[in-house]
Ligand binder design. Structure first.
Ligand SMILES: Nc1ncnc2c1ncn2[C@@H]1O[C@H](COP(=O)(O)OP(=O)(O)OP(=O)(O)O)[C@@H](O)[C@H]1O
Length: 329
């Protein structure tokens, strides 16, 4: 659905040159829900605007929805939907007028646009709002109207720029449901930018991490977490047996960063769920009584931190998942 090679964009303003996007390669296959994750100014919007024909690349090439970005931008536009960060509705227009106008922009008759608008209103929980002016809609309703407008011509590839930016947690969760349904019910391919870690984690099949105009990692949220840091485990044992427990721990497959502090042994493994049964058997056989175990799953922020040296933590991000369970030895 998307194949970009060496896509780059440089801006020059007042004698200063900014390399906003430095030659990125992007591959997205049909039906995928891909998140483009990065801090403010990383180059997300610039990339999205290039892929949607709104901005000309300085270098590189891309096939988007089967059409060449450089030679057939009109073909690209016909095949994609684009939900911009700030939407494009006029505050005084009525919802029904916006939908009809958008349909007509895509060459539909007024009645065909109204029929399609009614279908979309049903799918996106906008029923009963057609005579409301867009300025009276809530933030979540306005975002859903933006999505309806971008879907009027039935695109199979949809781009979202920061879809839930500025929404309250409940409206964000509601919008995620709508985005998931778009894929499940219409088989759409979705590409969205976000700086929300929890959004990327819970919504996306695959994430591309962009930093300073370069893609620094790609993979499923779980694969990225396992690759970068793995699960952190700490166990409590009698202090005089901590050394012996640490030796057992070091023999677990993939164990690293083993350390001892008083009666606590800390370490990391690629998969805690696989390591723990083996650890329990080893401690049992050695007669070491473990009194507590704590498992800390890695977060996407751990991934981001290890890739970029900076944290992307935000108020909407999920807390670190922690489980404290009694030891069973
Ligand atoms: N029209 C422009 N002229 C000059 N510099 C620009 C222009 N548009 C973007 N930039 C610069 O390019 C870089 C990437 O910006 P971009 O908007 O793509 O980042 P972003 O990851 O989308 O950030 P945000 O999350 O804040 O939207 C930034 O340094 C930005 O200041």
């Amino acid at each position: 659905m998307i194949r970009a090679r060496g896509l780059a964009r440089t801006f020059t303003a007042r004698g200063r040159t900014v390399e906003a996007v430095k030659g990125v390669d992007i591959d997205v296959t049909e039906g995928e829900l891909v998140g483009f994750l990065g801090a403010n100014g990383a180059g997300k919007t610039t990339t999205l605007r290039m892929l949607t024909t709104l901005l000309q690349p300085t270098a590189g090439e891309a096939i988007v929805g089967g059409c060449d970005l450089r030679t057939d931008p009109v073909g690209v536009r016909r095949r994609i939907g684009y939900v911009a960060q700030n939407g494009g509705t006029h505050p005084e227009s009525k919802v029904a007028e916006e939908i009809a106008l958008q349909g007509q922009l895509y060459g539909m008759t007024k009645s065909a646009a109204q029929r399609r608008g009614a279908e979309l209103a049903e799918q996106l929980d906008l029923i009963g709002l057609d005579q409301r002016s867009t300025k009276t809609l809530s933030g979540g309703q306005r975002r859903r109207l933006d999505i309806a407008l971008s879907l009027i011509h039935g695109p199979k590839l949809i781009f979202f720029d920061e879809p839930t930016n500025g929404l309250d947690p409940q409206s964000r969760a509601n919008l995620w449901e709508h985005i998931r349904r778009l894929r499940a019910e219409q088989g759409a391919t979705l590409f969205l930018t976000t700086h929300y870690l929890d959004e990327a984690d819970s919504l996306c099949d695959r994430i591309l991490v962009i930093d300073n105009g370069e893609i620094v990692a790609t993979g499923s949220p779980d694969a990225l977490k396992a690759k970068v840091s793995g699960d952190g485990i700490s166990i409590e044992v009698p202090q005089d047996l901590a050394e012996q427990a640490a030796e057992l721990v070091a023999r677990l497959q993939g164990a690293h960063q083993v350390s001892i502090m008083d009666s606590t042994v800390r370490f990391r493994v690629p998969r805690g769920d696989i390591a723990i049964p083996e650890l329990l058997r080893g401690l049992d056989a050695a007669g070491i009584a473990m009194t507590a175990i704590q498992v800390q799953r890695p977060t996407l922020d751990d991934v981001f931190l290890s890739l970029t040296g900076r944290s992307l933590r935000d108020p909407g991000a999920s807390p670190v998942a922690q489980e404290k369970v009694p030891a069973q030895v």
